[in-house]
Ligand binder design. Structure first.
Ligand SMILES: *Cc1c(COP(=O)(O)O)cnc(C)c1O
Length: 426
């Protein structure tokens, strides 16, 4: 009997390129067919064929309280009854701006947008205008959304599909983007010397989470800060994933490095399409209508999206979510490490708080090149065994797993047993 997911995917492929609205969803890196989700509650999702999974994708990050958390759903319902969108300033925008500036002190002013891509794209435009320079420096494997300038050696879906730089990006644009290996201070210094007074900004995921998950070496982010300051370039932290996930103040709080601009997304929308970018007032004041940099959005600051995001962030704070998430992360880590030892395969397990990645490669993994040593065939087998047993990890080696506050100790225990079994089978 054909499953409902298979039927839907056949229809989808006729009308949607690749059958999906975002490439990684297509399962190309692991083979097989994507499933269609019917509903989610807490840590679990159910597909249209009524299969149940413990979900570690969490909508690729936003679902930090799990699926359909009551506080967020109530806030959405409540806001919706008062109107869906106005294109007129609303009070929730001010509340959101104040919350973001309070939680991330490097942000003095912030503007809301509708996706992470819009946020990073706007940071780049702003940085170029503020410095009067054109070049942008990024790092191999860091993904900053799909704007032209940033789709050079990008991570995430771009990597999974084997084309880290996209067709359709004019070489004149790509030429303005320098991409370097992450964690290499020497190459960074050299790039600044070779492009004297030409680099507008360095953009970085302070904790790269789009080519698997790896970490900045000691001092790497401070060196970035020093080099940017010394060369009058701006430092942009892309905290679309890490913002409000790794700590209340994001990765910049954890590593104590203050960027000039920060992009946010995912979690701040509570599951609705939201992004934000902000930073030093002097830079943000360059934006229209005060300054010459144009940036706008019909739905930006949408009241329902603001209500959802505010409800999620406040609940996270109320329950001391970061402590809770770290505890669950530690539980999963202990179980995974034990399973790895038992299986005796070259696997590197990385975790920070509620983010984790299991690389099918020997340590150390410190940049894109080392992440790419992973055995993708082995990852695909592992993924499918877990999926079959009811654990949904991201369908690519080059993604990060996310634990939510709704994952119980029982869910994680069950996951640990399934991971152990899956690894032992390889
Ligand atoms: C997801 C992501 C983006 C892009 O956000 P979208 O909302 O998908 O456009 C940008 N930067 C990072 C670090 C991301 O993980």
């Amino acid at each position: 009997m054909t499953s409902r997911s298979t039927e839907l995917f056949a229809h989808a492929q006729k009308r949607i390129p690749g059958g999906v609205n975002s490439p990684v969803r297509a399962f190309r890196n692991v083979g097989g067919e994507a499933f269609f989700v019917a509903r989610g509650e807490g840590a679990r999702i159910w597909d249209v064929d009524e299969n149940e999974y413990i979900d570690y994708v969490g909508s690729w990050g936003p679902a930090i309280l799990g699926h359909a958390p009551e506080v967020v759903v109530d806030a959405v319902r409540d806001a919706a009854t008062r109107g869906l969108s106005f294109g007129i300033p609303n009070p929730l925008e001010v509340e959101m701006a104040e919350l973001i500036c309070n939680w991330m002190p490097s942000i003095e002013k912030v503007r809301m947008v509708n996706s992470g891509t819009e946020a990073t794209m706007s940071c780049i435009r702003l940085a170029r205008a503020f410095t009067g320079r054109d070049k942008i420096l990024k790092f191999d494997g860091c993904y900053h959304g799909h704007a032209d300038t940033l789709l050079v050696k990008a991570g995430s879906g771009a990597l999974t599909h084997g084309r880290p730089s996209s067709a359709g990006v004019p070489s004149a644009f790509a030429d303005l983007t320098i991409s370097l290996p992450f964690n290499n201070a020497e190459l960074l210094r050299r790039a600044f010397q070779e492009n004297k007074n030409e680099i507008a900004a360095v953009i970085v995921e302070p904790i790269p989470a789009n080519a698997g998950l790896y970490f900045p070496r000691e001092n790497f982010l401070s060196i970035l800060r020093e080099e940017c300051t010394g060369n009058n370039a701006l430092l942009i932290f892309d905290e679309v994933i890490t913002g409000f996930r790794v700590a209340r103040g994001g990765a910049q709080e954890v590593y104590r490095v203050k960027p000039d601009l920060t992009s946010l997304g995912k979690i701040i929308g509570g599951g609705l399409p939201v992004g934000a970018f902000g930073g030093r007032a002097e830079i943000m004041d360059q934006l229209s209508p005060d300054g010459p940099v144009y940036q706008a959005g019909t739905l930006s600051g949408n009241p329902i999206a603001m209500a959802a995001g505010l409800a999620q962030l406040r609940e996270l704070e109320r329950i001391d979510g970061w402590k809770l998430l770290d505890k669950s992360g530690a539980q999963l880590e202990a179980l995974a490490r034990d399973a790895i030892k038992n299986a005796n395969i070259d696997i590197t397990f990385h975790r920070l708080g509620s983010m984790f990645c299991l690389f099918f490669a020997a340590a150390p993994i410190v940049d894109l090149a080392s992440a790419q040593r992973s055995d993708l065939k082995m990852f695909a087998s592992f993924f499918h065994v877990c999926l079959k047993r009811g654990v949904y990890f991201a369908p690519s080696q080059f993604e990060t797993g996310f634990i939510s506050a709704a994952h119980t100790a029982g869910d994680i225990e069950q996951t640990g047993a399934i991971v152990r079994e899956a690894l032992a089978k390889l």
